[in-house]
Write a protein of this length. Sequence first.
Length: 659
Amino acid sequence: MFQKTTIKILNISSSTYRWLAVFVTFTTLVFVGSHAHAQLEERYFRNISVDKGLSQSTVFSIKQDTLGFIWMATQDGLNRYDSKGFKVYRPVKSDPKSLQSYYTRTLFIDHKGSLWVGGNQGVSCYNYTTDGFTNYKLPRSLGEWYVSSITEDPQHNIWVTSVVGGIFKLAAGESQFKQVNYDSFNTGIKRVVYIGSWKQTILIGTEVGLFKMTGAKNKLVKIDLGTDKPSINDVYIDGNVFWVATEGKGLIRYHFETGEKNVFLHSPGVKSIADNNIRCVGKDTDGNIWLGTFKGLSILNLNNNTLENYFHQVSQPYTISQNSVRCFFKDKQNGIWLGTFYGGVNYYHKNDIKFNLLSQNTGRLSLNDEVVSAIKEDAKGNFWIGTNDKGLNYWNRATNTISYFSNNENNPNSLSTNNIKAIAFDNDQNLLVGTHNGGLNILNPNTGNVKRYRHNENDPNSIAGDLVYGILKDYKNRIWIGTRSGLDEFNPKSQTFTHIHLDRAGKRPGSDDITYLFEDRKHQIWIGSTNGITLFYPDNVLFGNDINSQLKEEVITCITEDKKGRIWIGSREGLILYDENQESFITYKNQKDFIKGTIYGLQPDNEGNIWVSTNKGLIRFNPDTKTSQAFDESDGLQNNQFNDYAFCKAKDGMLLFGG
């Protein structure tokens, strides 16, 4: 019997890179890339808010100027953002050239690259030379009042609207805005929240529909969107197609020339947009339509007619920071910026977050512990994930479930301990599990039953010790067990252990305190220990010549072989290369700008690189050029700290790292 919990999980997609790294801190796995089982396109969002210098966390409008600065309108000032941080503009009573509005609501960049700011005191235009503003006062009314939208027509006139229904125009070459009179009584307009320019037409979005303004008398003609009095929040103009975001009536796709209309509505229980209250709409470089709603982010893929929704999840990193998305902006680098209500800004670029994460959380895919200590893929392409304190997690990628196998003190057929150090498989695909102080466990994945093998001082055929840190099935299907008390060969038929403290020539290994086992392409077994390296020839049961003199007192954490057959070794002090011709080791720990410090994992990829997990992130190392590229939290790792034995390469090329 076993303890098992099944949780429905999200499909993990490939990142822009072709790898999927799985790292675990906070019980987090990092995946470096696979296309397999990818249905939902995972998107990871960085949050930029008051903790990084944003003046206030409600962001109504975002624009990028010709210099590359990102401008953000908030409830408490205008923010200019670059890679160094924020500069905040607020009113200064003694300075008439300062920004006139604390409450900034809308931004616009005109054809000359000038930035226009609409707020609760009127319109301001930024002067790049003086770092100040030209301020324009508009007629105000009592109660809530602010500039709601700004645009420019083909004649370079600047048009603005106020939320209470005012429309104003600054003619090219003039210095004052003039009010535009229109028939608000017969149209029923009391609020104007959007103004846009399309060809030679001014579009007006109101609480009673979308209008076009025509003629010298500014006649308003209502556009038939197929629904009665839709309250307009935003319009994205895509050629002759208008994507219209409404309050309460969903998204309307309107073709201006043909009059064709399509409505996208939220419908409980089926795949639909997150909410019918849509605050903003825009389009990314791949042609997807993004909808910021009151209850989440929706993305329409027009190429395959699919829709995905994204929501804030407290325990998940890189989800949107708040479900109420107020504005959308695509920058010149094709990055997406989302302003939210009291959640700051969310930034997305498909090349930004390079790693997919699997962590302990309250979502649909969750590990059950905060530290991952071992990872292995089974014959079916699913993953067994050992943890430090909660036993085994079985990630079934085919059925989208995750199961937990833990120690139960009242069940002798459960794991002997929850501290997992090594995982391998026998010929029947039973799980060989090495534990810390719990000996060897063999788990039948079909029944969940576990057979425990513990050290017994009175039984010479029992396992050498209960600290099992290395397990290896070699090319002849022999099973080798590395314990902190020596090397054993395990015979599954007789269920006995043969101790290899001395080889056939009477020679001892460099140390019995074994930390790692690795078989190279010549079928030699490299034994890592707390006192260096020993080479073992299993067919002859002989230990190799003394190659360990250079590595004495080195604690070996991992061993791998690159595509050219070179042996690389990770230790507590750095990276080591074995020189086969000289039968000696080259250590890099004292070389400048090289990989130093504790190395937890070495895993080659399909391109010939070696991925190195450390306590300072992940490193992609080219063994030919000796060059490396480091990845840390800024690249999407949830944490820079990785763990011993927690790395794996899947059959499809995906790399997984845990911490």
